[in-house]
Unconditional design. Structure first.
Length: 301
């Protein structure tokens, strides 16, 4: 993207403008409604990847352990080997000394089953040693403060969305990585929300920096925490925004014009990716499904 076009996007594209652009893009996609996708279920043999996403887990309380048990039960019935932790992995100050109580114990059965966790840094995580202890902790599999991860036809881009992040280098890195990726499915994870109906407002700072890249390079899904609730957006541009921050405790959440589903309950998100679609399922601490959503893949634009 040339500088003149980016400056225009950063300065002038509101959420409404992105929504309008998103509608115009639909003529260039395989987009079908969620209802239509549900009417044509994918073949189980076509499953490319299944993973779980959860955030704001690091409380070491009964809520976290309840969600941990629910994830383990889901794993028994629907095997996966990847969990995304979208930040605030250790409350209240990111102290690595608590790692046993807030990570190794609540997810012991998953770790014993060789499930790998990939984390990003939340605002609480950087309060001790700027989060460097967590970056170096082997169980979080972080390859730096920002990094990418490829699984077959899916590529993940994990960001440090804190205000003191190295945006001068991280943003050009993300643009290059997205531009060079040939993955049909591109998923970005960071701790802070761009769109949310929860306590903490969506970050205009992040929208200015990230949305033009998401739009240009076909990012299908952005996963975040920070707000202690579940919320799945409708597509904004060509991206769905998923908050899964009820991994240990909850706060109240409302609804916005772009909200597809929001819920204030202990929960995690399960994601299944097929060649032509992505399914998102919201699951509570009792393994009850309370949300289902679908995204169709974009053609190259």
């Amino acid at each position: 993207m040339n500088q003149t076009r980016r400056e225009f996007l950063l300065a002038g594209l509101s959420a409404l403008t992105f929504a309008i652009l998103g509608k115009s893009l639909r003529g260039l996609t395989k987009e079908r409604s969620e209802t239509e996708l549900d009417l044509i279920p994918p073949s189980p043999d076509s499953l490319l990847l299944r993973f779980v996403a959860v955030a704001d887990t690091g409380a070491g309380n009964e809520g976290q352990y309840a969600v941990g048990r629910a994830i383990a039960r889901y794993h028994e019935q629907n095997p996966f080997d990847l969990v995304l932790l979208a930040g605030d992995n250790i409350y209240n100050h990111g102290e690595i000394e608590k790692i046993g109580r807030v990570f190794e114990q609540p997810y012991r059965s998953l770790l014993d089953a060789q499930v790998k966790f990939y984390a990003c840094l939340g605002n609480h995580d950087i309060k001790t040693n700027n989060g460097n202890d967590q970056v170096q902790y082997p169980g979080f599999n972080m390859q730096g403060r920002y990094y990418s991860l490829r699984r077959d036809q899916v590529e993940f881009f994990v960001l440090d969305t804190n205000r003191n992040a190295d945006w001068q280098n991280q943003l050009p890195w993300l643009e290059t990585q997205l531009q060079e990726s040939d993955a049909p499915w591109k998923i970005v994870m960071g701790h802070h929300p761009l769109y949310t109906s929860g306590l903490h407002l969506g970050s205009r700072f992040l929208r200015r920096k990230l949305m033009p890249l998401f739009l240009e390079h076909g990012v299908s899904l952005y996963i975040n925490g920070h707000n202690h609730n579940y919320e799945r957006s409708r597509e904004i541009g060509n991206t769905t925004y998923l908050t899964c921050g009820a991994g240990a405790k909850t706060r109240r959440v409302g609804r916005s014009s772009w909200t597809a589903r929001s819920a204030s309950q202990l929960s995690f998100a399960a994601v299944e990716i097929y060649s032509d679609r992505l399914h998102i399922t919201g699951i509570d601490q009792n393994n009850r499904t309370f949300d289902r959503g679908a995204i169709a893949i974009l053609n190259d634009l």
